[in-house]
Design a protein around this ligand. Structure first.
Ligand SMILES: O=P(O)(O)OC[C@H]1O[C@H](O[C@H]2O[C@H](CO)[C@@H](O)[C@H](O)[C@H]2O)[C@H](O)[C@@H](O)[C@@H]1O
Length: 255
């Protein structure tokens, strides 16, 4: 274990990746930069992490990014990060310049039908809420009684999740239905190629982050899973305080 609590193998990987000429440092938001909380609108970022991300964004030959399942506008508002940091929303599909694939009128009509179904479920089950995004909608069951949470998720899976053209992502006490296909992995490929990066480091805690880990190259890149659960990431840290330590270490090494 190194002096700041980072395991020796991870500390060595951070030093190695920071020796790359051009580096992308990217991370997830909820469960990574911000702790998981009951209400999505209350997910305040860890200031130690946002400070380190801002330092990385101004470091030489370094691109700092947050790639989130949140709508881009929501991510920008909640994180408070400056324009120096690249923000990508909607699970890797929503960039500043717009969506990675066009959203058609038929997609919007389908999304509105899913939102109606989710609102009907939220009325049926206490504690279930609906988050609306530009290309998807999320049913939150964290604050429902366990039986209601299970029933609401089951109803979403057997209902709108089965409609043609609907893409399902399950996460932490949520099911999300999108009308476009999304991939944090493709978002990382885009960042890598636009920035001409020699290496990419990514931290994430949830199911959609596995798509990001899958696009990393074990010889040059570094993938870090935050928290418990199966993962294909190379390294693991326990929680959001450790994320801050990793980001601070990267900021020191790159400046
Ligand atoms: O990719 P991320 O930045 O991790 O976003 C994934 C989802 O995060 C949010 O939901 C999760 O965090 C909430 C606040 O801590 C929590 O209440 C919820 O149970 C978690 O699933 C967000 O609300 C979703 O839109 C994101 O897709």
């Amino acid at each position: 274990m190194s002096s700041n609590g980072i395991p020796d193998d991870l500390a060595a990987a951070l030093a190695r990746v920071c020796a790359s000429k051009r580096l992308v440092v990217a991370c997830d938001y909820d469960g990574c930069v911000a702790p998981i909380v009951s209400r999505p609108q209350d997910a305040v970022p860890n200031p130690a992490s946002t400070t380190a991300i801002e330092i990385l964004a101004t470091a030489p030959h370094t691109l700092a990014a947050v790639v989130s399942g949140r709508a881009l506008a929501d991510l920008r508002g909640l994180s408070g990060l400056s324009d120096s940091v690249t923000l990508i929303g909607s699970h890797g599909s929503e960039f500043d310049a717009g969506f990675s694939v066009p959203i058609t009128a038929a997609d919007t009509a389908r999304l509105n039908r899913i939102i109606d179904e989710f609102h009907a479920l939220a009325t049926r089950f206490d504690g279930v809420t609906v988050e609306v995004k530009p290309a998807s909608t999320t049913l939150h069951v964290r604050n429902a009684a366990p039986d209601d949470a299970r029933a609401a998720l089951a109803a979403a899976r057997s209902g709108p999740a089965r409609w043609p053209g609907v893409h399902t992502t399950e996460g932490k006490a949520v099911i999300e239905l999108a009308v476009i296909d999304t991939s944090k992995g493709i978002a990382l490929d885009t960042l890598r190629s636009r920035f001409d990066a020699d290496a990419v480091l990514y931290l994430g805690d949830d199911v959609t982050d596995e798509k990001a880990f899958a696009h990393l190259r074990p010889d040059a890149d570094v993938s870090i899973k935050v928290g418990d659960g199966d993962t294909r990431a190379q390294y693991r840290v326990a929680g959001t305080d450790d994320v801050a330590t990793v980001l601070q270490t990267l900021a020191q090494l790159r400046t």
